[in-house]
Design a protein around this ligand. Structure first.
Ligand code: DQA
Length: 149
């Protein structure tokens, strides 16, 4: 099946954005690593990034439709700062009935208080924080372990 890997705002800047926090790999590097991991498990990825909340909502809805046809397995999602603000993404995940593994590159719990709350975690199938970009690969493995045949 296809695993959709979604990245939210500012993650297009990976590699150059605060490398001490987010590492030196670019988003293209991370997406290539995701594809290799998915392939090794007999799956595929489709990778998307947007800085716009509504576009991310639309992709969650698309995932929901494609899960119902059996084409898509689920979503590995780093919502970036929308994690801490977006009731719309929370509602989209429930409304479209999408299994989501929430990934944060950094350990958000060791950072500013405004990063400690997530609107996504209560509706996620699992969460991975603080494992660097490796977290995306763990997310793919976790999704396949939970749902893959
Ligand atoms: C992040 C953590 C968020 O707090 C931040 O706004 C990001 C990236 C992470 O991957 O660690 O943009 O989701």
């Amino acid at each position: 099946s296809i695993i959709m890997v979604l990245n939210g705002p500012n993650l297009n800047l990976l590699g150059t954005r605060e490398p001490a926090t987010y590492g030196h790999e670019t988003l293209a590097d991370v997406e290539a690593m995701c594809q290799a991991t998915a392939e090794s498990l007999g799956h595929q990825v489709e990778c998307y990034q947007s800085n716009h909340e509504g576009v991310l909502v639309d992709w969650i809805h698309e995932a929901g439709r494609r899960i119902k046809t059996g084409e898509v397995l689920g979503v590995v999602f780093n919502p970036g700062a929308y994690t801490h603000t977006s009731i719309a993404l929370h509602d989209a995940i429930i409304g479209a009935e999408v299994p989501v593994i929430e990934v944060h590159i950094s350990n958000v719990h060791a950072r500013e208080a405004f990063r400690h709350h997530s609107y996504i975690s209560p509706v996620a199938a699992g969460t991975i924080v603080g494992m660097g970009v490796q977290g995306y690969l763990l997310g793919i493995q976790g999704l396949v372990a939970k749902l893959g045949k």
